[in-house]
Design a protein around this ligand. Structure first.
Ligand SMILES: [Zn+2]
Length: 536
């Protein structure tokens, strides 16, 4: 609101009046431009307008995230939770009138995580923060045992001589980080000299621990096996992710005794007590179930094409996760983004020219196995792929889109992106022709088979340190507004790729030479899916 003082009009000079008239004229021009831009907006594709409105005003992302991440939880390959998620997705697509199915492509060691509970019981009581690694063997009854640290030995013979002393003990086999504070925190608050000293100490400690492990003469896998064969009660590790309170949690190497990860704080506590001769005792309950070989699945949903049903536009995001948290950003965010995109497409674009498919892949984490199997099993789809859009690097808005080495991608992707609202499109840096991914995520399974699989690459939100494969990858880390904008982006890209009168050719660009060796760039070749995993 503009306030006008009494008498101000009276005091206006002729010049003022002329200026006022000029201002009015300017306003008129601005208004006319505004109206024409409105008219332009209204003349935009009504399907796109409706999809954007739906994504913003009737978003299902929060519901989907709650059902998948909170109610079902993490989705480690071979677990009942993975199967539950596959069935949930098929049922969910059914409620939207989208046909979906679970396609078995292999088998995996079936395992179910049970309770992990770890207490320091001597010299004082403290319940510790920790969890068993995936596929850790179950404790039959609670372990009550002294914790010891892997010693520095002279050589592998000395290690073998020491080995019998582990009988009945819990053995700590990881480096104890010299600080539980992230480097960023040191950099912010320490003096330059103290920060530099810490960095040097940290590097030296890392090298010393690597040397200590090397002296055993064993790699990580064989060290764990040697300890359990010598009668150790459990193996304790720390895989600190270099951020506040965050650990990465992968699979166990032991086959008879549990392997647990303790937080950097609690690992350090037990480690120091052991080193000072306080003989710390731990009570460990670490339960799990072996379930034999179980089927492993991809969930595939489809909106059938009308005029070109045998050409395909695909959405792609792996469905499985590691299991120390809920797999929210790896890859719950990609999963719900693709489900929401399919829901919106079905509602406003139910009769696409080309067939729309979504692949929710199993066992990406063990080597892109679900998508590799799909590529092997469906050559007719791979050879008739217009484009595939994969998302798998966290909850952030998409900021990079590469042509993946396809020579003609530059003639299509910018055209498809042109239909995307500026606020989303202007965040994205494209690069053509780019280079094909040889791994990393499921778009690589397609690109290596010569089919245009693109990656919708997100901004990080500290993905690498805080959420990727960590015990902190939970619902609260999702940034729903960024996932929403990604769903709008994906829906429009799929719509444009379906409607495009032209087919994106699979012609490969000449790849740039290797910057180190100068050798000509080589297109990656397909790797076979592991269809019987987790068994020796
Ligand atoms: Zn992932």
């Amino acid at each position: 609101m503009i306030l006008i003082r009494k008498g101000s009009i009276k005091q206006k000079t002729k010049q003022d009046m002329r200026n006022t008239l000029k201002d009015c004229a300017k306003l008129f021009v601005v208004a006319a431009v505004f109206c024409s831009s409105l008219a332009h907006a209204q003349s935009k594709d009504p399907i796109i307008e409706k999809m954007i409105k739906e994504a913003n005003e009737n978003s299902q992302l929060e519901n989907l995230a709650h059902e998948l991440l909170d109610q079902i939880g993490p989705r480690l390959v071979g677990t009942p939770q993975m199967k539950k998620a596959n069935d949930w997705a098929v049922a969910k697509y059914g409620t939207w009138g989208i046909s979906a199915k679970n396609e078995q492509w292999g088998q995996w060691r079936g395992w179910e995580r049970g309770i992990t509970h770890i207490d320091l019981v001597s010299p004082r009581l403290r319940t510790l923060e920790g969890t068993q690694l995936a596929w850790s063997p179950s404790t039959k009854k609670p372990i009550n045992a002294e914790a010891i640290v892997l010693p520095l030995v002279a050589d592998s013979i000395a290690f073998q001589n020491w080995l019998p002393t582990v009988k009945g003990k819990v053995v700590l086999i990881s480096l104890n980080p010299i600080s539980g504070r992230p480097d960023k925190n040191w950099e912010e608050f320490a003096t330059k000299d103290v920060f530099a000293k810490m960095k040097a100490d940290k590097a030296a400690a890392g090298a010393a621990w690597a040397a200590r492990l090397k002296k055993t003469g064993l790699n990580a896998k064989n060290l764990a096996l040697a300890l359990e064969n010598a009668g150790a009660a459990a193996v304790v590790i720390n895989n600190w992710s270099q951020g506040w309170g965050v650990d990465k949690v992968f699979g166990a190497n032991t086959t008879k005794i549990p392997t647990v990860d303790l937080s950097v704080e609690d690992y350090g506590l037990v480690y120091r007590l052991a080193e000072s001769g306080s003989k710390p005792k731990l009570k460990i309950v670490s339960e799990s179930k072996e379930l034999g070989l179980v089927p492993t699945l991809n969930t595939i949903a489809e909106i059938k094409g009308t005029t070109k049903p045998n050409e395909y536009v695909m959405l792609s995001a792996h469905f499985d996760s590691w299991d120390a948290a809920s797999g929210a950003t790896d890859n719950g965010s990609g999963t719900i983004m693709m489900m929401e995109t399919m829901r919106i497409l079905k509602k406003f674009y139910p009769n696409p020219k080309r067939t729309i498919l979504v692949g929710h892949w199993g066992s990406e984490e063990q080597g892109l196995n679900g998508s590799r199997a799909f590529v092997e099993d469906h050559p007719e789809i791979v050879s008739n792929l217009q484009a595939l859009f994969n998302q798998d690097n966290g909850t952030g808005r998409v900021v990079n889109l590469s042509g993946q080495g396809f020579a003609k991608a530059k003639d299509f992707i910018p055209r498809w992106l042109a239909a995307v609202p500026d606020t989303i499109k202007n965040q994205i840096r494209t690069s053509f022709p780019g280079s094909p991914s040889s791994g990393g995520s499921d778009n690589a399974s397609f690109a290596s088979a010569g089919a245009p699989g693109f990656s919708l690459s997100s901004t990080s939100w500290d993905y690498g340190t805080y959420t990727w494969h960590t015990n902190r990858d939970s619902y609260d880390k999702l940034v729903f507004d960024e996932i929403r904008s990604n769903a709008i982006l994906a829906a429009i890209l799929v719509y444009m790729a379906c409607e495009d009168p032209e087919r994106l050719s699979h012609e490969k660009a000449t790849l740039p030479a290797n910057p180190r060796t100068g050798a000509p760039g080589v297109w990656p070749t397909p790797t076979k899916a592991n269809r019987k995993g987790g068994v020796n």
